[in-house]
Design a protein. Structure first.
Length: 684
């Protein structure tokens, strides 16, 4: 059946039927459903959201849980058996989802605590009145259908205000004017990006459509947007001609178009007018502060602006040669206008990218000086704030970079560059799983189309990692498969997939086999080497754990690497079990130093393991109590705390068990909050 023939109830029924056909397959997710529905993933997501107000993954989970309830009533299968029958690899996760959907547990259903309302209706009464009831039901259905149809006609579904600005066509006879036409497109994009009520995809995402033959609906589907802006322009002498139109993707028709002929001196007013009219056409809410940002004139000096536009053409193609040429032109713009904040900011950013892959940094002072000048002349510019944040990142002062980036996102809510930097910082340097996931999801919305298959693979890998860290196991499994679909050779995706599978069903033997398989592909990989050792450690197979940890330690020492210091406590434990007390003491001292220097939310959890190692169980429990007050910690804490051999001597301590339960309860409470926020923001 074609996509166009699937509407309303028919669409939902078809989707449910396909899910039920694959109900036992825990790997069946959004991508698989889209394929079997003969739809693109983005179209499926939009249709499910329209008809159910659920995300696609929530819809699939709802069908699974509903089937689980049916099996509870009709079979004598255990809850664990039913959870596997309906595609949940993890029984506790099935129970959690079941409780969320129905407000009670599967066990309460099985024990008969929960009773259906109609159980008290006597069979004879039902037989007596069933035909009257059926007739009444038919009438009710007809009336409700008429009411719904009339209401549907009165209130059309509001489209998401998502938009892409395609590269403008240069119609000037002089090809050198291309940079000016690109500047018109760039300013239109930048002004729209400042509107929080819009979702505007990045310039890198649309750049590949400059010379495309693809139709508007196809481009819109690939970019997952409802509106596209097309334009063409030319400049001759002091005149600018601009033809521009806003197209609704679903109907492939312009809903607003305009032809402008203006003096070059009037170019800023033209750019601002275009942004306002596009926003008006799709009924976007533009706040007074956003209007001020849009109406801001970057410079009064047109020669400075001309140099700036020439520099942008090079700045976006970030080779060393192009960046050096861009800096020269930005500085010429500054020579013409000494208060040109955007030019100062982009010089600083250009110097950062010249230095970013260099071991010895050369331009730290230049980055700082130009960033400060940018902030001096415009402290409410996203670019100025980004420039200063990059200086702090160059200095590895990440806590100082964060507020600048978050403030930049206030002034440009659609900046994919800022979103990517925030996701990376919250993943690696200042761990916060909720923020990591929020920015990873937003990055997908703004910039996924900008990348080739390898780039897409890594973006989906990071999203999968962010999802699993927050306990979204099924969603993480879906995206790690997409990562591997785009690039089966992805270096890190198999490792993440292995742990996601473990999170689903706790199969340690399979985890070990998959880890070893990956490590044997490249035995120089120290990340996999210590992961293999850890699997043996958790299984308390210390001979094997020692074999792999010893290889890891030798390589780390040989190359003078300070990597994975948080694992030294496990190495110490294994060496101690092997009778190597002196080496074990050295690793324990290293771990203590790591704990003392740790400023993250995990410090108390790490200290608890250290005290447990030393047999100081009361101190360990006190540290765990401190950790139980933290938020946004990784799901792996829950997965591995229960099986950590170092903590095992405390497992019969009631206070320890009570504290562990608090940690779990707090995690799942935060999980529910995160899920609600992400659903409300349209991110899942």
């Amino acid at each position: 059946m074609s996509d166009t023939s699937i509407f309303g109830a028919d669409f939902i029924e078809k989707a449910e039927a396909i899910i039920l056909e694959n109900i036992a397959n825990e790997q069946f997710g959004v991508s698989e459903l889209a394929d079997l529905m003969n739809m693109s993933r983005s179209s499926l997501l939009r249709k499910i959201k329209t008809h159910t107000q659920l995300s696609a993954s929530q819809f699939i989970r709802q069908v699974r849980v509903t089937k689980g309830l049916e099996l509870l009533k009709l079979t004598t299968l255990t809850v664990a058996e039913i959870s596997f029958q309906v595609g949940f690899g993890n029984t506790s996760y099935f129970i959690k989802c079941f409780r969320e959907q129905y407000g009670y547990s599967p066990g309460e259903v099985r024990k008969g605590v929960i009773r259906e309302e109609n159980e008290d209706v006597q069979e004879s009464g039902f037989k007596k009145y069933k035909w009257y009831g059926i007739g009444a039901m038919v009438i009710v259905v007809i009336v409700v259908s008429v009411l719904l149809l009339s209401r549907k006609n009165e209130t059309p579904v509001e489209l998401e205000k998502s938009i892409a600005v395609l590269p403008f066509v240069n119609e000037s006879s002089d090809s050198l004017n291309l940079y000016f036409v690109n500047g018109l497109m760039e300013s239109t994009l930048n002004n729209l990006q400042k509107i929080g009520d819009l979702r505007v995809v990045s310039r890198t995402s649309v750049a590949k459509y400059r010379d495309t033959d693809k139709a508007i609906p196809e481009i819109a589907d690939e970019l997952n947007v409802n509106y596209l802006v097309e334009g063409s322009g030319q400049r001759f002498g002091n005149q600018v001609l601009l033809n521009i139109q806003l197209i609704e993707a679903a109907t492939d028709r312009p809903i607003w178009s305009e032809q402008y002929s203006r003096e070059v001196d009037d170019v800023f007013a033209l750019q601002n007018e275009v942004a306002r009219k596009i926003a008006d056409a799709i009924k976007a809410v533009v706040t007074p502060d956003e209007i001020k940002q849009i109406e801001k004139i970057p410079t009064e000096n047109l020669e400075a602006y001309d140099y700036y536009l020439q520099a942008l053409n090079l700045y976006y193609n970030r080779t060393q040669e192009n960046l050096e040429k861009a800096i020269f032109l930005f500085e010429k713009a500054i020579d013409e206008d000494g208060e040109f904040a955007l030019a100062y900011a982009n010089v600083a950013i250009s110097y950062y990218f010249l230095d970013v892959n260099q071991k010895e940094k050369q331009y730290t002072e230049e980055i700082n000086n130009f960033a400060d000048k940018a902030l001096l002349y415009d402290s409410r510019s996203a670019e100025s704030l980004i420039a200063k944040a990059l200086y702090y990142m160059q200095m590895e002062e990440y806590n100082l970079a964060l507020p600048h980036l978050e403030k930049a996102l206030e002034y440009n809510p659609n900046s994919s560059a800022v979103v990517q930097m925030l996701a990376d910082l919250y993943a690696r340097v200042i761990p916060n799983t909720a923020k990591y996931l929020e920015y990873a999801l937003k990055g997908i919305q703004l910039d996924i189309a900008a990348n080739d298959s390898i780039g897409k693979s890594f973006i989906y890998l990071h999203l999968s990692n962010a999802l699993i860290q927050n306990g979204f196991v099924d969603e993480a499994a879906t995206y790690i498969e997409k990562s591997l679909d785009f690039n089966p050779e992805n270096y890190y995706a198999p490792l993440v997939k292995t742990y996601i599978l473990y999170a689903k069903d706790g199969d340690a033997e399979r985890t070990k086999k998959l880890m070893l398989k990956e490590w044997r592909k490249d035995t120089t990989r120290l990340d996999l080497l210590q992961e293999v050792a850890k699997v043996y450690f958790y299984q308390e197979q210390y001979d094997s754990a020692f074999f792999y940890f010893e290889k890891f330690v030798e390589a780390r020492d040989q190359y003078g690497l300070n990597i994975y210091p948080q694992e030294d406590i496990k190495i110490a434990w294994v060496y101690q079990k092997m009778g190597l007390q002196e080496q074990a003491s050295r690793f324990l001292d290293n771990y203590k130093a790591y704990c003392n220097n740790d400023e993250s939310i995990y410090k108390s959890a790490s200290m608890a393991v250290m005290y447990a190692y030393e047999g100081k169980y009361e101190e360990a429990i006190e540290q765990l109590k401190i950790f139980a007050t933290q938020d946004n910690y990784q799901y792996w804490i829950l997965v591995f705390q229960d099986i950590d051999p170092i903590l095992k001597p405390m497992e019969n301590n009631p206070e320890y068990r009570k504290t562990l339960q608090k940690i779990k309860d707090r995690f799942w409470k935060n999980h529910e909050t995160i899920e609600k926020v992400l659903v409300d923001k349209g991110l899942i």
